[in-house]
Design a protein around this ligand. Sequence first.
Ligand code: AKG
Length: 213
Amino acid sequence: MQFSLFETPDEESVPYQLPLTEADVRYFPNALSKNDADAFFERLKTELPWRQDTLRLFGKQVKIPRLQSWHGDPECTYTYSNLTMPPNPWTSSLALIKARCEALCSPNYGTKFNSVLANWYRDGQDSMSFHSDNEPELGTNPVIASVTLGEARPFVLKHKETKEKYTQILEHGSVLIMAGATQSHYVHGIAKTAKPIGGRINLTFRHLIQRAR
Ligand SMILES: O=C(O)CCC(=O)C(=O)O
């Protein structure tokens, strides 16, 4: 399979700044060309070692409502909600998409990513509850690049104090960059829907800070 790396020139990926107070969130609707996004979607479905993890919630073991796969540099073990994930290696597709996200980040942030959480929402019953990406290993004001492949889903940001909500539909081939104080002031999530919809792969590229042992 051939990837054009990339068909969409940088200047065509004009970001839209979401109108949020105390946050810095930019949306690039056509960050990947349709051909690249289609090909990456098909490839990642079979290339990644998807698993359904279990979390302990209120004393009960609960299966998370999606599949996921954690990848990164060898030192990038990640822990959230008491789940510890050693990294799977980078695949060629993940490395190509990472390079695209770093290029989109370069004018404003210059972030280099060392890890990615891949989420596979198999249908409308798969979801992600409201949370902030505020684990200590992400540091203060992390830059996170979130890629959507497949079915478009509404992504809801909710201010932690005012409870005001903003919804951005994340489309096939798009990249959403969350930066600045976004994680301090907002939670975000993907709700379930009863509509019969297709699958969606989301990739959230992160930079984990290595703490001194
Ligand atoms: O699927 C999405 O767009 C959200 C993913 C997310 O919030 C996360 O991985 O922390």
